[in-house]
Design a protein around this ligand. Structure first.
Ligand SMILES: Nc1ncnc2c1ncn2[C@@H]1O[C@H](COP(=O)(O)OP(=O)(O)OP(=O)(O)O)[C@@H](O)[C@H]1O
Length: 236
């Protein structure tokens, strides 16, 4: 399970943007998270991806509470989660050719020898042709770069995938191709998915269930006795 338990998070201790939010994704399950702009979905997605330490509450990955975040997180936890953001240009090193961008996590985890096999495999899975793999981000379209970012997110075979508005800036055919690539990956590996977005129609079609931001806070769930807040104890 990927469990967010009573998570409070934000950018200033005294003014959190996420207040006591709980959400669980089961292995193999696809959960869509809907909510208005600015409510805190991306912040919660970053907590789930171990990129943002919550002020309170717990992230539990496959039964293990996460105690350290970002580069301090244990490698096994860090690599269990793949993440794709809305704007590929903000998350892609402009100096890297797409092939190297896809292979980046392999190099970072000492597995660079897998790149010659994994990069072409993933390029085919996300619909990137060979010539595009030799180009740098400024030489490809947003859709092509997002395909490479999805391939990068999958290269370590994560058990959990977080797609934060992955297709928000893409046309219908690229959206369909990326969703199909995620679903093929999930069918092959049993990975769970948290897909964040605004597009009700897409998320309803894509996911096993969708949840709305307004229904996630403990103030709502607590009425049913579902959650107990627990403090973050360690790490940053
Ligand atoms: N790095 C940051 N520093 C300070 N405040 C931030 C930062 N990132 C986001 N915020 C603020 O936190 C709040 C929640 O932002 P977040 O991006 O999580 O919302 P969202 O629901 O994902 O919005 P959208 O759907 O528009 O992407 C917003 O008020 C935003 O201005």
């Amino acid at each position: 399970m990927l469990e967010l338990r009573s998570v409070t998070a934000g950018y200033a201790r005294k003014a959190p943007v996420v207040h006591g939010v709980s959400l669980a994704v089961a292995p193999g399950e696809a959960v869509g998270l809907l909510g208005p702009s600015g409510c805190g979905k991306s912040t919660l997605a970053r907590v789930a991806a171990l990129l943002h330490r919550p002020d309170a509450g717990t992230l539990v990955l496959d039964g293990e509470p996460v105690r350290r975040w970002r580069h301090r997180a244990p490698r096994a936890q860090r690599t269990a989660v793949g993440v794709v953001f809305q704007q590929p240009r903000l998350s892609a090193d402009p100096r890297l050719r797409l092939a190297d961008l896809i292979a980046e996590p392999l190099r970072a985890t000492g597995r660079r020898e897998e790149a010659p096999r994994r990069v072409p495999e993933l390029a085919a899975a996300v619909g990137l042709t060979r010539d595009l793999l030799g180009r740098r981000p400024h030489e490809v379209s947003d859709g092509q770069l997002q395909r490479a970012c999805l391939a990068r997110a999958l290269v370590l075979r994560p058990r959990w995938l977080i797609c934060d508005e992955m297709t928000a800036m893409l046309d219908a055919s690229t959206t369909a191709a990326l969703v199909a690539a995620v679903e093929d990956y999930r069918a092959a590996t049993g990975a769970g998915l948290l897909a964040v977005g605004h597009d009700h129609t897409l998320l309803h079609r894509w996911c096993d269930r969708t949840v709305h931001w307004d229904d996630l806070s403990d103030a709502v769930a607590g009425e049913e006795g579902l959650v107990t807040p627990s403090p973050v104890t360690d790490g940053s």
